[in-house]
Design a protein around this ligand. Structure first.
Ligand SMILES: Cc1ncc(COP(=O)(O)O)c(C=O)c1O
Length: 387
């Protein structure tokens, strides 16, 4: 359980209200120091050893496997971005003419473009499940619409578990069951939740989970992690790098070219996966998340936001019902009598950092936030009401 705000672990300025981890998490002081030390080591390359290319990555994979409940860390790959992780998946899927790929309304583009591309190549189609117009039972109805769309034609369901703009939670267990019954693959973009919301691969059994590292994994930019399940164990990577081939540890023999890839997801690691600067930083931030536990982060965020959410609802703002929304990320749809320009001016004047995503103001707190931060936010909404 996280009893008190963890502000002292971060360098955020006292005069700002940062409610924008869904945009980018602040690096902890500890991870920053690790990064600085790692960067400075490049001035002394004589200190690098052959094992430095492999061992830190193995440690990172193990930690991520533990975080998302994957039994075998060899199913984890190091990726630079979600677009890369999704391209790997799309590159290893064969479709039939007329097949359908299901995606969700206003899903993040890195989990869209590869699907459009393979749909075009195979004369298949991308089906978008739009958000319901209603604000009553919106999360439930949206989930029902997804379930109803899955059919024998469905080859792939590519979606997040939490919507990146409004925080709606999707019922992946039920979706997985129907996907399995219809022989469809389930591919999850976990970027907006993994780290802050419990996620178990063992329980949900997705075919792949792709995560950027710089949001809820709290790591640096340009390093992410992916889980690739059994379906992808014998696939082909999108690039041919030396480190993903068998025996790449044997530097003296690298030009005895090797035809075989490494086991399971190791074939999908990005080139220069060993990134000596970023790997140790992300390793520390994931260790910290495991120490805190994602459930405690949910509980903490729930505790500091619930009063503010009640107040915003009383002001006629729409926020997804509690049962269907994440506690670390929620969208606030303005009431009819609120002025968005005025609201943005108030955010600026009060140094409040949130994001505007579609029709929603996305609020995404973390353990460095307090109830007082949420009150600053609510006051901005109050001042945006036009009489
Ligand atoms: C849901 C989601 N996926 C992925 C990303 C980032 O994608 P990429 O790593 O391809 O830049 C974001 C960034 O906002 C996101 O919100």
């Amino acid at each position: 359980m996280i009893e008190a705000p963890q502000k002292d672990k971060f360098s955020l300025s006292e005069d700002i209200t940062y409610l924008n981890t869904a945009y980018s998490a602040p690096l902890s002081k500890e991870a920053e120091q690790i990064g600085i030390a790692a960067l400075s080591k490049k001035s002394r390359p004589n200190e690098y050893n052959g094992v430095d290319f492999f061992e830190p990555v193995e440690k990172l994979k193990k930690l991520f496997a533990a975080l998302i409940d994957v039994p075998n860390p060899q199913n984890i790959a190091i990726i630079p971005s979600v677009s890369y992780g999704i391209a790997t998946v799309a590159n290893n899927i064969c479709l039939n003419k007329g097949d359908e790929i299901i995606v969700i309304d206003e899903q993040f583009p890195s989990n869209i473009y590869s699907w459009k591309k393979i749909a075009d190549n195979y004369e298949a189609s991308v089906i978008t499940i739009s958000a319901p117009e209603t604000t009553t039972n919106r999360g439930q109805v949206w989930n029902e619409k997804i379930m109803a769309a899955i059919s024998k034609k469905t080859a792939v369901i590519a979606m997040p578990n939490v919507h990146w703009a409004d925080g709606t939670i999707f019922n992946l267990k039920a979706i997985r069951e129907k996907a399995t019954a219809n022989n469809a693959l389930l591919i999850i973009d976990g970027t907006q939740s993994v780290g802050a919301l419990p996620f178990s691969v063992n329980e949900i059994k997705p075919d792949a989970v792709i995560c950027a590292g710089y949001k809820w994994l709290m790591g640096p930019y340009a390093l992410g992690l992916a889980y690739y399940g059994e379906h992808f164990n014998n696939g082909t990577p999108i690039e041919e790098n030396w480190i993903n081939r068998k025996n790449s540890e044997d530097f003296a023999n690298l030009v005895n070219y090797e035809d075989e890839y490494k086991e399971a997801a190791n074939r999908y690691n990005m080139g220069e996966m060993s990134n000596f600067n970023l790997v140790p930083m992300l390793t520390r931030t994931i260790e910290q998340l495991i120490e805190w536990t994602p459930q405690s982060i949910q509980d903490y965020c729930n505790d500091i936001t619930k009063e503010a959410i009640s107040e915003l609802r009383l002001m006629n703002c729409f926020i997804e019902e509690d049962e269907y929304r994440a506690k670390h990320l929620f969208g606030v749809k303005l009431a009819d009598n609120m002025n968005i320009n005025r609201l943005q001016e108030e955010f600026k004047a009060n140094n409040v950092f949130v994001s505007v995503r579609g029709e929603y103001i996305r609020v995404s707190p973390h353990v460095f936030n307090t109830k007082a931060d949420l009150q600053v936010l609510v006051n901005c909404f109050r001042l945006a009401v036009s009489f």
